[in-house]
Ligand binder design. Structure first.
Ligand code: VG1
Ligand code: CO
Length: 543
């Protein structure tokens, strides 16, 4: 076995963000960039020798090259076995599942999620631990510290085996096992949902449009939706993963899924429209004539989850990220189960899921999931919606309206200002922080500020503390404005502003979100000086 030890030097900036290390492809292609980061992960882990790792990605440009390097380095670092998705593909939730069912030590997921791909797009590497979830901060910090001290990496001087053929091969002393990326995930979905009921509803005329956005969910959607559930072939679109996502932006929101939105608002709309992102962990849900905000989706799924076999026994609790609307909290209250508010990013849900405190989790950024894996899961959300629609026999629009009547409606929007000059964005946040003490008592948009803070979180299970997770301006009437900077962008800074107002009166629940929130949106600008500090008159993306 020809292990080569290569001298290297620390490369600045290899700091994992909200979800792993994300940079431009050109940055990852620089000499030693992948090698340094991967060796730092291996160095930060204890007892790696002889263990099993899972490796796969969303199929974006550079996926195969990165996997080749990772396999050769894993072999040189004494890993016993690596499970690789065929063709290098594994959706993020499927990777999480494989780690769990195969009792792997951990896994490397190669994705920049919803960010564009291709030679000029983005790439990313994320390490997940044995529970199938993203590494907690203690590990990502240790990895980052290693990247700043690294002096050498180990790699095998032997080409990695073919990853297109299912089966086992040797690489040095290590076994590379190429697996079907869909099979285990499909089996898990069949356990959670009433496939017979959904199949009957589809045979009886329930229609669906699923847009895989040329990303990783295509193969999963074909097997599960078309082959198993009987959805017509043409209902699953853009189902072949491509390295540049067909030149598109695999972000399932109202901007990048405009075509789907228009279809769903039109005369010939199917019953349910859905899309997933680059790595298959996000979901967009649109009923005929009814967009469902991700925050509402979490609440509605939680309120109806007992209709699916996997959740028939009830749920233990609901966790949401802080910027996600409070809609889910009202469901938790009614069900008499715990409600948890965590910082942004799925890694904060892991301890709650492992401890059995939460069963469902969600984020306003189109992420929903449950304790079936330790990542958010796009197709899971689509299947749970299908199961609920089939069980209730009602259109999505009516399910949403009934939910609002019962619980009230949280009008909710997120405004993103992308590629803002970093110093302007940092300055805006610093000024907001400095003004926190003077905001309470002031009135904006007819509402009085009750409290303003910088969200800090102490994990109720392991007591780990995380500070500075976003500025919250909380109004006496329950309205809220939240400001934070993105931790997934690769150019400049992205300012996210989250705006929410609660409306209990059913007679006032049919309004247009942007209009209803207009005065709060203006207040958000007034409080933070967004226009003045960033030079932007309007956000780039409104969801
Ligand atoms: C964004 C979302 C966050 C999500 C993260 C990873 O992070 O806001 O809710 O967990 O992306 O999702 P940020 O720091 O840019 O706001 V994915 O589908 O990109 O892995
Ligand atoms: Co994603």
């Amino acid at each position: 076995m020809d292990v080569r030890t290569v001298e290297t030097q620390p490369i600045p900036g290899q700091k994992p963000g909200t979800s792993g290390l994300r940079k431009k492809v050109t940055v990852f292609q620089a000499p030693n960039y992948v090698e340094n980061f991967v060796q730092s992960i291996f160095d930060a882990l204890e007892n790696l020798a002889g263990q099993t790792l899972v490796v796969g990605g969303d199929g974006r440009y550079f996926n195969r090259e990165a996997i080749g390097t990772i396999l050769r380095m894993a072999a040189a670092n004494g890993v016993g076995r690596v499970l690789v998705g065929q063709g290098g593909l594994l959706s993020t939730p499927a990777a999480s599942n494989v780690i769990r069912v195969r009792r792997a030590f951990g896994g490397l997921i190669l994705s920049a999620s919803h960010n564009p791909g291709g030679p000029h797009g983005d790439f990313g590497i994320k390490y997940n631990v044995a529970n199938g979830g993203p590494a907690p901060e203690a590990i990502t910090e240790a990895v980052h510290a290693r990247t700043l001290a690294i002096t050498r990496y180990r790699i095998l001087d032997e080409p990695a085996p073919d990853i297109d053929r299912i089966g086992e091969a040797r690489l040095g002393a290590m076994i590379v096992e190429v697996i079907d990326p869909v099979a285990d995930y499909h089996a898990l979905m069949r356990k959670l949902f009433d496939f017979d009921l959904i199949r009957q509803a589809i045979a009886g005329g329930l229609t669906l449009r699923f847009d895989a956005m040329h990303a990783v969910t295509g193969p999963y959607a074909r097997v599960i939706l078309v082959d198993d559930l009987g959805v017509s072939e043409g209902s699953v679109v853009n189902a072949v993963p491509s390295p540049d996502f067909g030149g598109g932006h695999p972000d399932p929101n109202l901007v990048h899924s405009r075509e789907l939105y228009e279809l769903m608002m039109g005369e010939d709309a199917p019953d349910l429209g859905a899309a997933s992102d680059g790595d298959g962990d996000r979901n967009l849900i649109i009923g005929r004539g009814q967009f469902v905000t991700p925050s509402d989706s979490l609440a509605i799924l939680a309120a109806n989850s007992h209709l699916a076999p996997g959740y028939r026994q009830g749920i233990a609790g609901i966790a949401r990220s802080m910027p996600t609307s409070a809609a889910a909290d009202r469901v938790a209250e009614k069900l008499g189960v715990g409600a948890y508010e965590t910082p942004t990013g799925w890694k904060f849900f892991g301890t709650l899921l492992d401890a059995g405190l939460a069963t469902l989790c969600g984020e306003e950024s189109a992420g929903t999931g449950s304790n079936h894996v330790r990542e958010k899961d796009g197709l899971w959300a689509v299947l749970l919606w299908l199961n609920i629609v089939a069980a209730r026999g009602e259109p999505v629009r009516e399910i949403v309206a009934a939910h609002w009547r019962e619980y009230g409606r949280n009008y909710y929007t997120r405004h993103d200002y992308e590629e803002v000059e970093s110093s302007a964005a940092e300055g805006l946040m610093a000024a907001l922080r400095a003004s926190l003490h003077s905001l309470p008592g002031l009135t904006f948009a007819g509402s009085m500020v009750e409290k303003a803070d910088d969200f800090a979180y102490t994990d109720p299970v392991d007591s780990s503390a995380t500070a500075r997770q976003g500025i919250r301006v909380l109004f006496a009437d329950g309205s809220r404005i939240v400001y934070r900077l993105s931790g997934t962008g690769t150019a400049g800074a992205t300012l996210r502003v989250y705006i929410e107002r609660y409306e209990p009166d059913p007679a006032k629940q049919g309004g247009d979100t942007q209009q209803v929130l207009a005065s709060l949106i203006a207040a958000a600008d007034e409080i933070a000086g967004i226009g003045a500090r960033t030079g932007r008159e309007r956000p780039d993306v409104v969801t």
